[in-house]
Design a protein around this ligand. Structure first.
Ligand SMILES: [Zn+2]
Length: 433
């Protein structure tokens, strides 16, 4: 790869951006920062030459050589002898650099009523292992969830050791708001309120060296869907998903990260007000988007509540989708109106964060054809006068939450690769052999 399209300006801007007086006074943090820039560049653009890295970052050759050597010592990058026409012309192989895909791993965990599932992902986004444990949850009580998660972490650590890898983080996804103190503020699904799940997981035997964090599931899904978009990815992306089980969730991705807000409760697009005197929402407010786009609201309007009671909400949502595909008038009217309401909510958000893309997930992804006209009409006063908003369906489906959780868990490594220890000499020799 000779050039890194779109990367030069962004990365160069990051290379010089630092907090006033902070990084300049601390050379080691500036170095960590620059190591992170190189790692993110390799993650996002694949195999690059040292020259490519110089061009994309604006760093001088000696710095790039030095940073790549440091990453090499930590087992995070490796040299590959490049192919391509340029090589043959010059008659000697060109040495390229690529990220080692499975040096750093993250375990992403999903909790359901009867089981806990853990997926072990590499920093390249590959799924390496998946495992489940049965759990017993009483309403409002965490039951044996923390022990089940500790078991999954133990298994992941074993897998990591086999790969010569570092298990960097365990990220638990959770419907409902999660504070930046990692406390689950409120989970309607399990009746948990202000639960310190992270402490319970460590108490169940997970060592402090494995960072444990809880994230909102829709925020995690948003991050995964953002990373699944082609380059250059939107600077600000909105994500709204509908789940038959947990209702409407959302997330905002800014500069490739979850916009968590001051205390962690940001990005709750499902609770944007669309009618201040409107329907009551499970969150305690009136007129939230979720009260109109949630499964119960849609199924009631579509007269599918009987089916939902008999066959379950998922089956009823599937039937709604089937009726949309058949063009049945009532179903189509319900979806078109939902598009108007979603559009009104997104217009409010547009004015605050000026997104360039909106990605729909869960059952909303399958309804996009019918939602989009209303969304675009409601947004027209902004998009026609200011800048357009691309609307897409999510690409990852139900996988998005865990894929995004793992990516979120590895973010600190891409910010500061010095968190990963150097590979021991004898390991390095064995690896090179
Ligand atoms: Zn609400």
């Amino acid at each position: 790869m000779g050039t890194v399209p779109g990367a030069g300006r962004d990365v160069a801007a990051h290379a010089v951006a630092r907090l006033p007086g902070e990084a300049a006074a601390d050379p080691s943090s500036l170095r960590s920062h620059n190591l992170g820039i190189v790692m993110r560049l390799l993650r996002d653009h694949g195999t690059l030459s040292r020259k490519d890295i110089e061009h994309a970052t604006g760093m001088v050759p000696a710095s790039v050589t030095n940073l790549v050597a440091d990453l090499h010592d930590r087992g995070l990058v490796r040299d590959v002898r490049g192919g391509g026409s340029e090589v043959r012309r010059r008659g000697r192989p060109r040495v390229m650099v690529e990220a080692v895909p499975d040096r750093c791993l993250a375990l992403a965990v999903r909790i359901e009523r009867t089981r806990v599932t853990g997926e072990l992902h590499s920093s390249a986004g590959h799924l390496l292992d998946s495992s489940s444990r049965g759990v017993t949850l009483a309403w409002g009580q965490p039951g044996d969830v923390a022990h089940a998660i500790a078991e999954l972490v133990g298994r992941a650590q074993q897998r990591a050791a086999e790969h010569g890898a570092v298990l960097f983080a365990c990220i638990v996804t959770m419907p409902g708001p999660v504070g930046s103190d990692n406390r689950i503020a409120d989970t309607a699904e399990f009746g948990w309120g202000h639960l310190g799940l992270v402490d319970l997981i460590h108490a169940a035997g997970v060592p402090a060296a494995v960072r444990v964090e809880v994230v909102n599931d829709a925020n995690a899904a948003a991050l995964a869907e953002h990373a699944a978009l082609p380059m250059p990815r939107p600077a600000v992306m909105l994500y709204v998903e509908g789940s038959a089980a947990t209702g409407v969730g959302g997330g905002v991705i800014a500069d490739g990260r979850i916009l968590e807000g001051g205390r962690g409760y940001g990005g709750e697009l499902g609770h944007v007000t669309v009618d201040w005197r409107g329907r009551s929402c499970a969150c305690g407010a009136n007129g939230c988007l979720a009260a109109y786009l949630g499964p119960e609201a849609l199924l009631t309007s579509a007269r599918l509540t009987d089916l939902a009671q008999m066959a379950g909400r998922q089956a009823a949502m599937d039937e709604l989708r089937a009726r949309l595909d058949r063009g049945e008038k009532r179903a189509v009217d319900v979806a078109l109106r939902a598009g108007d309401i979603l559009g009104a909510a997104m217009r409010s958000v547009y004015d605050v964060v000026n997104p360039t893309a909106l990605v729909l997930g869960g059952y909303l992804a399958g309804m996009r054809r019918w939602l989009e006209p209303g969304i675009q009409m409601q947004l027209a006063p902004r998009t026609e006068r200011l800048a357009p908003l691309a609307i897409e369906s999510g690409r990852l489906g139900r996988r998005a939450g865990l894929v995004g959780a793992a990516r979120h868990g590895l973010t600190p490594m891409f910010d500061d690769p010095t968190l990963v220890p150097a590979v021991r000499r004898d390991d390095a020799v064995a690896e090179g052999a």
